[in-house]
Design a protein around this ligand. Structure first.
Ligand code: PLP
Length: 407
């Protein structure tokens, strides 16, 4: 359904009554179906899905992901710990750091987690400390410009991520210097990648590098599958990606002389469309050129529109039949805080409930207390029931860590 008023029989309006607004709501069935879709798309290869925890890191969601058969990609030691708390075995978690201190690497290794080495200095230090005793992966920067926009493009020449493919001789030098046990190579070129060819291009870079390593067990193609944001929007054809990348991968494995595993790290694809941010209209304000709809949320809860110019569909839950008007839906934060501009919505009045779509990925996980606002509750709908998987913050949460001086 394009603009649902309920999921799995649970009504959004009833959730607003029970838990208040703003409210993050996740459809657990949609998440597990997305996992299944990827498993089907890559069914011709031994696939491992490592969910990019950063997209939505609630422990109950991580548990659901585990139940659906996927592992975890973590980008901080805290995400590693969340994955473990959710019951993922250490060997089901990969830690892809980005320029972190070595004490974090040590902590992860002590927990039994595989590290994705993302720089030559890290390879050097890792080699000195662990030599060949701890298997690891290497993150390659393939020099591919991909993804929806520059901010979410992570595999190009000027990007901080990974080790440049042009530095492969230096990588190999470190491997042989410390006899490093490299079991995987990794790329992640960006988010919102539409074209199967980009994944193939990345694959070719991986294959050419991989042939120079003798002990590999897997190649990790990263995440970045695009989902639909608007009606009739194009999403990545994951069936096509699975088929084409799968075929190229199997060809490579023949050349390599051994069957490897193919890993992917989807974030958005698994949780974006499963999430809704339910908000209340505080006021409708007519200006000379624009009608503003002010809602009880803002960039503190959903930063994607202001950070990435991301598009989020919005609809009026309280008035699905009313005459259409053009609105700018704006947040209550004291900054330019536009959630959606020049949108056609059924007539909006103060008090109406609006739904912001595609709020599952990089919604709550990027939320903050900016303007000293409290973060919303999170609800998971699973098997027809609503579970509060995080309560709304209270004022006490906001001040909990402050040591108040006695002036
Ligand atoms: N893997 C890594 C290393 C990432 O940094 C990210 C996100 O930036 C992802 C996977 C997931 O990307 P997406 O949510 O676009 O699938």
């Amino acid at each position: 359904m394009q603009n649902p008023s309920h999921i799995q029989g649970v009504s959004f309006a009833a959730l607003a009554d029970e838990f208040g607004t703003p409210l993050y709501i996740y459809d657990g069935e949609k998440i597990t179906n997305q996992v299944k879709t990827l498993q089907e798309a890559f069914s011709a290869v031994p696939l491992r899905i490592k969910y990019a925890t950063k997209a939505l890191s609630n422990i109950s969601i991580l548990k659901l992901i585990r139940k659906a058969g996927a592992g975890v990609d973590a980008v901080s030691i805290e995400e590693v710990k969340l994955g473990l708390m959710a019951g993922h075995p250490a060997e089901g978690i990969m830690y892809t750091p980005s320029g972190v201190g070595f004490e974090e690497i040590r902590e992860a290794v002590d927990l039994g987690i595989m590290i994705n080495l993302d720089s030559l200095p890290l390879m050097e230090e890792f080699g000195k400390v662990y030599g060949d005793s701890v298997p690891a992966c290497i993150r390659i920067n393939p020099h591919i410009m991909a993804g929806g926009n520059l901010k979410i493009s992570t595999g190009h020449k000027e990007s901080k991520f990974g080790i440049s493919i042009e530095q492969l001789p230096l990588i190999l030098e470190k491997v042989s210097k410390y006899n490093l046990q490299i079991v995987g190579l990794h790329i992640h070129t960006g988010s919102d990648i539409l074209d199967a060819e980009v994944f193939l291009q990345g694959g070719n870079v991986l294959f050419e590098a991989a042939i120079q390593f003798s002990g590999l067990k897997f190649l990790d193609f990263g995440g970045g599958f695009k989902v639909a944001y608007k009606p009739n929007d194009i999403a990545t054809d994951v069936m096509e990606v699975g088929k084409k990348v799968g075929e190229a991968f199997q060809e490579f494995c023949k050349r390599y002389g051994r069957q490897l595993e193919l890993w992917i790290e989807p974030g958005k694809f698994l949780v974006s469309e499963a999430g809704y941010l339910l908000v209340k209209t505080n006021l409708v304000k007519e200006s000379t050129t624009v009608t503003f709809v002010g809602v009880d949320t803002g960039l503190n809860h959903l930063i994607r529109p202001m950070m990435y110019d991301a598009y989020h569909g919005v609809y009026n839950l309280s008035n699905s039949e009313g005459k259409k008007g053009k609105y700018n839906i704006v947040g209550y934060i004291c900054e330019t805080d536009t959630i959606a501009a020049h949108r056609e919505l059924n007539e909006v009045k103060a008090g109406d409930l609006l739904v912001i779509k595609n709020a599952g990925a990089y919604g709550y996980s990027m939320a903050s207390n900016y303007n000293s606002r409290l973060r919303p509750a999170e609800i998971l709908i699973w098997e027809g029931k609503a579970y509060q998987i995080r309560r709304r913050e209270l004022f006490e949460d906001l001040i909990r860590n402050q040591e108040i001086l006695d002036f």
